[in-house]
Design a protein around this ligand. Structure first.
Ligand code: ZN
Ligand code: FE
Length: 256
């Protein structure tokens, strides 16, 4: 089994799509479909033919190009079971723990409701790859449009237990703002201070801060650190439960 190749491409204001390619089988998956032209351009640039389209959730910046990509490539479209807003054009529905085969390996669906109730993240365990949509961002998490803090905390806890070396691809370049916010609430975190510097340098050079690793996020992402004593103390919430800490962080980030 050879290593999967990932090709990340920007679209829209601050979105990222990713192509995942297996040279042996020739299979290629695209994560999300916000912009058909951007996805088709990326495929052409790499010389890859699309076989699978993996949708994370129903928002337009992840689905607007679905029909056009499906028509152009005849790919199989995999996506979440309809919860709040059904997605047109899904061939195969994924619930929590659902599995499918891609290029001779298993891909596992992890249901991570909170940003939306339908959100599915895609884990490639053999390749240590994770596609988190708008659930987990670098040093941040998605806004709670359809779920609450308890739901989202439960969702990110499902991601926290994956191997720390897992490469994490999220769907937006929100990292610089997330880093400033994270430093506000977790000022003495050395790993975070270093990461924030690296992010500043990357963005000055117009380079992506994504992918990140789960280990990096465990060390720097306040939304994964609701059990951290220093962070809780800086919020004045040393004795609060984790749901309350998560809710406070999300509320402060909304106002930030
Ligand atoms: Zn979204
Ligand atoms: Fe989005």
């Amino acid at each position: 089994m050879s290593q999967l190749q990932c090709f990340q491409f920007p679209y829209g204001h601050d979105n990222y799509g990713v192509l995942v390619h297996d040279a042996d089988s020739g299979q290629t998956a695209c994560i999300d479909a916000g912009d058909a032209q951007a996805a088709m351009d990326a495929l052409k640039q790499q010389g890859w033919s699309l076989t699978h389209l993996l949708i994370t959730h129903h928002h337009g910046d992840h689905t607007a190009g679905l029909a056009a990509i499906k028509t152009a490539t005849n790919c199989e479209v995999i996506g979440p079971e309809p919860v709040s807003t059904p997605i047109e054009g899904i061939d195969r529905f994924m619930a929590d723990g659902g599995e499918f085969e891609f290029a001779g390996r298993l891909v596992r669906a992890i249901h991570t409701p909170g940003h939306t109730t339908d959100m599915i993240n895609y884990h490639f365990p053999d390749d240590a790859l994770l596609f988190t949509g708008d659930t987990l961002f670098s040093m941040g998490c998605g806004r709670l449009f359809e779920g609450d803090a308890a739901m989202m905390l439960n969702s990110v806890n499902k991601l926290k237990i994956l191997p720390p070396e897992t490469l994490v691809y999220c769907a937006h370049e929100y990292t610089a703002t997330n880093a400033r916010f994270a430093l506000d609430v977790d000022p003495d975190n050395r790993a975070l201070q270093q990461r924030a510097q690296d992010v500043t340098r990357l963005r000055q050079n117009n380079e992506p801060t994504v992918p990140t690793t789960l280990r990096m996020e465990l060390d720097t992402n306040p939304f994964l650190r609701t059990d951290d004593a220093a962070l809780r103390q800086s919020l004045g919430m040393s004795d609060a439960d984790e749901i309350a800490v998560f809710a406070e962080l999300r509320e402060r980030r909304n106002q930030y």
